[in-house]
Write a new protein. Structure first.
Length: 204
């Protein structure tokens, strides 16, 4: 027993050596991903020479590079995902990406000089949560955003964004669940609703 405590201390020390740098690395990697992404989006929004179609195309590129859209889309679809055929899943994911691009491009067209500042990062399960602050010049305040990232292959990608502690993925999942029920509880009904919503967004 007298040797147990020194061995425990040694084991904990070795564990700290093994996990400490990796944790620090994933935090720094996560911060770098979010900061680069934020800088890219702001540069696009600030470019007055780009029309809406060009901004949508650029935002789609940033989205594909930095968000795990397949995983997000499947989770947001909820129980309908289990019912969907491979063809329905592929069509839904295509529409889901279009929907996200158009919704957020439309919202971001109101850009008025907001800036994103990375304020920290913390371990988040098997990933990392990056903390940022978005300036709101109109209301003289800062809005906290938390970006949750996980490994997708060899790259860290965003799985969820929390705006003032409200999960965007959770919010979207609830909205899609309501639409799914309203459209008769069928995958085709949800897909049709997405097509209709995208058509509405194109008219705005």
């Amino acid at each position: 027993m007298k040797h147990l405590f020194p061995r425990l201390i040694s084991a904990l020390f070795l564990l700290a050596l093994a996990t400490g740098p990796a944790a620090a690395d994933i935090r720094e990697d996560g911060k770098a991903v979010v900061q680069k992404m934020a800088d890219e989006v702001v540069s696009v929004l600030a470019n007055k020479g780009l029309n809406r179609a060009a901004k949508e195309a650029r935002f789609r590129q940033v989205l594909g590079q930095n968000f795990d859209m397949g995983t997000i889309g499947a989770w947001v679809m909820g129980t309908a995902w289990k019912q969907a055929t491979a063809q329905q899943r592929a069509e839904y994911l295509r529409l889901f990406e279009n929907y996200v691009v158009k919704v957020y491009t439309g919202q971001l067209l109101n850009y008025s000089g907001e800036k994103v500042t990375v304020t920290g990062a913390e371990e988040d399960g098997d990933g990392v949560a990056v903390l940022t602050s978005v300036s709101d010049p109109k209301n003289d305040r800062a809005i906290p955003l938390k970006w949750r990232l996980r490994k997708a292959g060899n790259q860290l990608k965003v799985r969820d964004v929390l705006v003032e502690n409200i999960s965007m993925s959770q919010t979207q999942r609830r909205e899609f669940a309501a639409v799914f029920q309203q459209r008769g509880g069928t995958v085709d009904g949800l897909i049709t609703a997405l097509r209709e919503k995208i058509a509405e967004l194109d008219k705005q």
